[in-house]
Design a protein. Sequence first.
Length: 206
Amino acid sequence: MLFKTKKARANIIKVLFESGLIVFSVLLALFLSEMHSQVKKDQEKVRALQLIKAELTTNKALLEQWRPYHQQVLANVESAITKPPEFLDSSKQRAFILSQMPNGLVQDMLRNSAWDALKQSGISSNMRIETISALNTLYRFQTLSIEATLTRLGDIFYSRESVREAYLLETLYLMRNLLQELTAQEEFMIINYQNAIKDIDKLLAE
């Protein structure tokens, strides 16, 4: 009877030990899986921030190239306003308007593909709300200021009114106002790009 009791106790202990080992193994596997998942999320977050930083750096460099050129175009337009020429041929008037921008309006486009990719992915849910909010505000400024002003300038060159003799001076004034707005926006965005890049550097250093 004593033997059977000891054997039963041993079996119970063995079962409890094995059950505990199984539970521990399952918990360990879940823990390791969660750790691996978190490491992967952290790596994806770092990669996303690196891509955003590269995109903002490119945009900042573009604006630093554009601004002096647009300031020169603005000076050309202001000079034309002081002594507006007279044209009987509308094609010559259009050519004159376009000649104020010897290299066109812009030579490249601002980027937002990294930001769009981040928004469409699930990575943003693993990032601070302050970071996402700040980036969203920055890219909205980019769209609603510089890109919108460039579109308005571009519309001038292809409108019928811009090539009518009676509207030449009015067209030049409108160009001047938009170029003044554009150069101010470029200066503003350069500063904000730089601040955002510094903020991202701090996040990457954490």
